[in-house]
Design a protein around this ligand. Structure first.
Ligand code: FAD
Length: 403
């Protein structure tokens, strides 16, 4: 049999390879990536990697581990098309690879600005190792940095820039930074901390154009006419799923590849996992497309079981995510759709607290700032579908552990 082909060797794809072996799969496993290097950790690219010029990207596993698990790594090989009828991939060089099962783990790509001046030199974004390397080089020479977008990645980098003594301005269109991702209490806390570090944050602010001189960015022109000087611009305005190959192959696609609760696409031989997969989330009662290491890894483990004919049931892991924001370790668990009440436990002033999100009396999500024990418990509570009383939550981890 041709075996399992995994398209994309990021967090999801590489985990899928190892999980297939752990579940006892004996056939060929091919792991295909258009990147030139061994699969590596992406989160540090906007964190430790940026801070320290001596840092190398951290690989997920040593090359020997792939060999030991008989995972055939195909690096630097971009796939051009999927033929679901012939069960075959075609690479850009014209060669082909057959599959009995295909796992699509192509991740996401950064959303691009569509403003005048978007293609000037000095405008960066971070998605892969090459992007982070380019940014790290450019940032040495920069003194005035504008970060467009107040999301996790842009803000992580902003804190690093400020720590290196750069003048940093963050421009966010929405009323608050991290607005869609965390509770208002956490958003306000991060906002305060960053202003205290000297980062200027402009919310409800739209950009008219990027302006340059000699082909290099020089300033960011706001729609109210003001100009902000910038010799480097980092764009962090979200990501779009790499679902084009799937769409061209005739698979159902809508903000990512549509999969069922077993992560199967509209073609029964093809699965999709990670940033590119749009799946039905049981607790949230709706479809979601999540961008996190946990989501990619846990879906990879699930798919391996399904391919092996084990019956793990619908994919239903509790989502969680972290982000290192300067001195703040943010950890989020659950999904906060339409929360109608928040409970803050701990002391934002002291820099360590958690915010519990409820909807219709049910605990749905928990954000923690420098409270890792709360986060670990939150994951357990959410996985079990438990909603402790406010008194128990306020009493803290020791009480909750006993529940
Ligand atoms: P990826 O890991 O993105 O892998 C997809 C791979 O597929 C890539 O190597 C891509 O080049 C390859 N590919 C795409 N198309 C093709 C093709 N046609 N042919 C061949 N190969 C192809 N998550 C967290 O939980 N915490 C964090 O703190 C965090 N920080 C992050 C910081 C940064 C800068 C970035 C970019 C992401 C961060 N994330 C974080 C998100 C996390 O990295 C992603 O959710 C995760 O990598 C998704 O895994 P994936 O396997 O779906 O895709």
């Amino acid at each position: 049999e041709p075996g399992v082909v995994i398209l994309g060797a990021g967090h999801g794809g590489s985990q899928a390879g190892f999980s297939l072996r752990q579940e006892g799969y004996e056939g060929p496993v091919h792991l295909v990536s258009d990147e030139p290097d061994l699969p590596y950790h992406k989160p540090p690219l906007s964190k430790a990697y940026l801070k320290d010029p001596a840092q190398e990207p951290q690989i997920l596993r040593a090359e020997k581990a792939y060999a030991d698990s008989r995972i055939d790594l195909l690096f630097g090989r971009r796939v051009a098309a999927i033929d679901p009828v012939a069960h075959r991939l075609t690479f850009v060089d014209g060669s082909a690879l057959s599959y009995s099962h295909l796992v699509i783990a192509t991740g996401a790509e950064n959303r691009r600005l569509s403003l005048p001046g978007h293609d000037l030199d000095g405008i960066h974004s971070i998605r892969n190792r090459a992007d982070a390397e380019a940014l790290r080089l450019a940032m040495d020479r920069a003194s005035d940095i504008v970060v467009i977008g107040g999301g996790f990645i842009g803000l992580e980098a902003a804190a690093t820039f400020a720590g290196l003594g750069k003048r940093v301005t963050v421009i966010e269109m929405a009323p608050a930074i991290l607005g869609r991702a965390v509770s208002p209490v956490v958003s306000a806390h991060v906002d305060r901390q960053y202003r205290a570090l000297g980062i200027e944050i402009l919310t409800r602010t739209a950009i008219a154009a990027l302006e340059g001189e000699g082909g290099r960015v020089k300033s960011v022109r706001l729609s109210d006419g003001r100009a902000i000087e910038a010799d480097l611009v980092l764009v962090g305005i979200g990501a779009l799923p790499n679902d084009g190959l799937a769409r061209d192959a005739g698979l159902a696609v809508d903000n990512g590849i549509i999969v069922d609760a077993e992560l199967r696409t509209s073609d029964p031989a093809i699965f999709a996992i990670g940033d590119v997969a749009n799946y039905p989330h049981a607790q949230a009662g709706r479809r979601v497309r999540l961008e996190s290491v946990q989501n990619a890894s846990d879906q990879a483990k699930h798919v391996a079981k399904i391919i092996m004919g084990k019956e793990p049931g619908p994919y239903s892991e509790t989502p969680w995510f972290w982000s290192d924001q300067g001195p703040m370790k943010l950890q989020m668990a659950g999904l906060s759709f339409s929360p109608d009440r928040f409970l803050t436990v701990g002391d934002p002033e002291a820099g360590a607290f958690s915010v519990y999100h409820f909807a219709e009396g049910r605990l749905i999500a928990v954000d923690s700032v420098n409270r890792p024990a709360d986060h670990m418990l939150a994951r357990r509570l959410l996985a079990k579908g438990m909603t402790p009383s406010d008194a128990d939550l306020l009493a803290g981890p020791d009480r909750l552990k006993a529940l």
